[in-house]
Design a protein around this ligand. Structure first.
Ligand code: MF3
Ligand code: CO
Length: 259
């Protein structure tokens, strides 16, 4: 499938989808507390998404059984919510969610702290978050995709973290997953030329230890092989001639607005 350029009308719909998804993450983040089950998070997330008249993109996607991916500590991504899994103080929890608004998808992930967490966990969350921003500094028309990918890897590794290789970001639009693939590590080629109107889900998955991951028997949950903590930070962005627009974030939370 070719990489698509979205029309102004499509971009408007993706802005709306992103705005709703940003609010969903904000509300979920505010609700996180020790003692909450991962299923409660999923139920709440689905309720919020539907309250905006949207559908959760992930529900039944390739048979995924929930609306929100909830991945705790050494779980990297695609954790399946469970009524038997309770969050406890000191955990970190990655929430990945997607919404469909009038046929257009937005995809975003946040890692939250459950109460007070270790300095190591906090550092990992910050490195993961910052690696996204280091990457998107290069996400502008005229650059090549690999400029973004390699900047993410460089920052994460310079800070002693492991970059997951087995999962990547992606183009997004009328489908959750469109071309191109967006790795969080340098590719052998420079990748596509970025053009205004491209929409990408950039999503570093970063481990405190080694990059290697393993799949659980449930067919979904991905964990770090060495048992180290993992964090995930994702936004749907729009390529422009200048700075990319972060569609799945409330502008008031955009750290780029500070300078
Ligand atoms: N954000 C993830 C991705 O881009 C989650 C989708 S997996 C799903 O692949 F199956 F749960 F939808
Ligand atoms: Co994604």
């Amino acid at each position: 499938m070719a990489v698509t350029i979205k029309s102004p009308r499509e971009i408007e719909l993706m802005r709306k989808a992103g705005e709703i998804l940003a609010k969903t993450h904000e509300e979920l983040g505010a609700a996180i507390r020790p003692g909450m089950s991962t299923q409660e998070i999923d139920r709440l997330g689905e309720k919020i998404i539907r309250s905006f008249g949207c559908k959760p993109s992930f529900k039944n996607y390739n048979g995924y059984p929930a609306a929100i991916c909830v991945s705790v500590n050494d779980e990297v991504v695609h954790g399946i919510p469970s009524r038997h899994h309770y969050l406890k103080e000191g955990d970190i929890v990655s929430l990945d969610a997607g919404v469909i608004y009038q046929g257009y998808h937005s995809d975003a992930a946040r890692t939250w702290a459950v109460g007070a967490i270790s300095p190591e966990a906090k550092k990992l969350m910050e490195v993961t978050w910052q690696s996204f921003y280091e990457g998107i500094k290069f996400a502008k028309a005229g650059n090549h995709l690999n400029d973004v990918c390699s900047a993410i890897q460089r920052y994460a590794e310079r800070n002693g973290c492991g970059v997951v290789r087995d999962l990547v970001g992606h183009g997004i639009g009328t489908h959750l997953h469109e071309d191109p693939e967006v790795p969080n590590f340098a590719m052998r080629k420079r990748g596509i030329l970025l053009r205004p109107g491209m929409t990408l889900a950039v999503e570093p998955m970063i481990n405190a230890g080694r990059p290697d991951v393993v799949w659980m028997d449930d067919g979904w949950t991905v964990k770090t092989e060495d048992g180290s903590l993992s964090a995930h930070y994702e936004n749907t962005i729009l390529i422009t001639e200048g700075e990319p627009e972060i569609l799945s974030m409330n502008p008031k939370d955009d750290p780029r607005m500070l300078h």
